[in-house]
Design a protein around this ligand. Sequence first.
Ligand code: HEC
Ligand code: HEC
Ligand code: HEC
Ligand code: HEC
Length: 344
Amino acid sequence: MPFGTPPKQLSPGGDFGWLKKTYTWYADVVSPMASSAGDRHGHNISAQDFGFQADSKNASAPGGSYPSSALSCTSCHDPHGTYRRNQDGTISTSGKPIRDSGSYDTSPTPDAQTSVGSYRMLGGTGYVPQGMTGGLAFSFAPPSAVAPSDYNRSEATTLTRVAYGSGFSDWCRNCHTNIHNGTYSFKHPAAGFASGASAGTLDVTMINYYDQYIKTGDLTGSAATAYFSLVPFEIGTQNYSILKSIVTTSPTKGPDLADGSPAVMCLSCHRGHASGWDYGMRWNSKTSQITYNGKYSQESLLYQPYGQGRTEAEALQAYYQTPSLKFDPSQQGLCYKCHATVPQ
Ligand code: HEC
Ligand code: HEC
Ligand code: HEC
Ligand code: HEC
């Protein structure tokens, strides 16, 4: 990855190329050099042939025990795609043949003769890659979601909306059992009904606030256009006709109690693969404002407390080409899309 040039892919999961980008900067004249290591930018898949090494800090999944040395594409995706969604909505590893992908708005609906694949061929209950021991087998099902077929695209003018339905937080807890629940790391709810984590649904006040929030200082938004792909939420349903209709007919609508129980989930803040920011975050959570003077980067300046070593091209790509001018010139972090004040 050449200096100053961002990775190319803009898929919802995020480009693993960010793992090869380490940034350093000085925040001010007194502070020591700060850094954001490539390792910290998400899931370090070990793929030696492509120069991807296992994570150098975490020996295992934070809040769980999955070994970092064994983390690869097939830790999460079942290469044989045996997990299937059936006509009655259940997930199984055998039964009716899988007719097609189940990930898209264009995917067929399972019927009496055929099933479709799980979202993105993600592994479900009992999944454990070949060669790993049974104690690491997944406890939770693949999540429910629908992606648009043109999902790998610039968001310079329009958003890419994945209709995240339900089950993402539980699915991530297959490996991160005790994350953000007060025993490990920053405390925050992420609704997961299968794991009994019921906190994290958005109440009416938060839904209204999400709908109104456009950017720092601008609360003039409305429900029909409130969705923001840098701060997605779970719709709170496994009903695929609702999920498909949201992707195709109202791709930008905000959380709606008529569709399900909207909730904050792991992917509200993180990307599934990697991002340009620490901890695979969707935005830079290590700075008090994500724009400065209307720009993401402070590339020509000596001190870069906000730009943090990224070039404008890199930061723009990390925000999926969202123009910096869509934000306030001194835009706060995106926790404020849901919280009027961020609780301490
Ligand atoms: C830690 C679990 C995990 C690992 C490891 C992982 N994936 Fe994914 N992948 C996901 C999730 C979750 C999604 C869905 C992302 C979304 O829709 O927001 C996804 C989505 C995808 C997609 C659809 C496009 C996109 O980015 O949304 C492709 C293709 C893909 N993964 C390929 C890979 C490959 C190739 C590897 C290894 C180099 C890999 N994945 C490793 C969890 C993982
Ligand atoms: C198959 C097990 C597995 C699953 C499933 C999984 N992770 Fe991870 N995750 C790991 C391991 C192992 C690490 C530590 C290695 C690393 O940081 O690269 C990790 C690290 C992380 C980190 C820290 C990254 C960093 O750079 O410090 C975040 C954030 C994270 N996972 C989020 C998620 C989210 C969100 C999901 C669900 C979409 C998820 N994980 C699903 C195994 C998993
Ligand atoms: C409200 C936003 C938010 C949500 C929701 C969220 N995270 Fe995080 N996560 C963060 C932030 C911010 C950090 C960095 C915390 C820090 O600096 O210590 C983080 C850190 C992590 C880490 C790295 C911990 C470490 O010490 O290396 C993992 C793993 C992780 N999150 C997984 C998850 C999983 C799994 C879920 C869902 C069950 C989840 N997160 C939900 C914001 C969130
Ligand atoms: C998608 C919406 C959403 C986003 C984005 C979000 N939160 Fe939350 N947050 C919630 C919900 C829902 C709750 C639980 C209800 C409540 O406390 O109002 C919550 C609760 C909290 C709590 C109280 C946690 C506890 O258990 O005591 C803190 C602290 C918090 N959020 C901080 C943050 C921070 C920091 C960020 C950004 C990194 C963030 N939130 C981003 C939805 C969100």
